[in-house]
Design a protein around this ligand. Structure first.
Ligand SMILES: [Zn+2]
Length: 79
């Protein structure tokens, strides 16, 4: 008898516009690189991952050198 594993689903989420506001002051930064990461999310009786595409931006302010975007509801650096 074989066991049936949980159903796994992946939902693509894109969050990488060409410009994005700095997280501290809101000044627009220009996209420097695009990254991907897989984030586990909550679902009933199945395994669901978000395939998050996010941007790394060069800041034009003095808050930081670079910053990254994240979709609404997903913490920065969450897996
Ligand atoms: Zn700033």
């Amino acid at each position: 008898m074989e066991t049936i594993g949980p159903r796994v689903r992946t939902i693509p989420v894109r969050c990488a516009p060409s410009q994005a506001p700095c997280l501290d002051c809101g000044k627009l930064g220009r996209c420097k690189a695009i990254h991907h990461r897989r984030v586990r999310t909550l679902a009933c009786k199945r395994v669901v991952y978000l395939d998050v595409t996010y941007g790394e931006y060069r800041a034009r302010c003095r808050c930081c050198k670079t910053f990254r975007t994240t979709p609404l509801g997903v913490e920065l650096k969450a897996l």
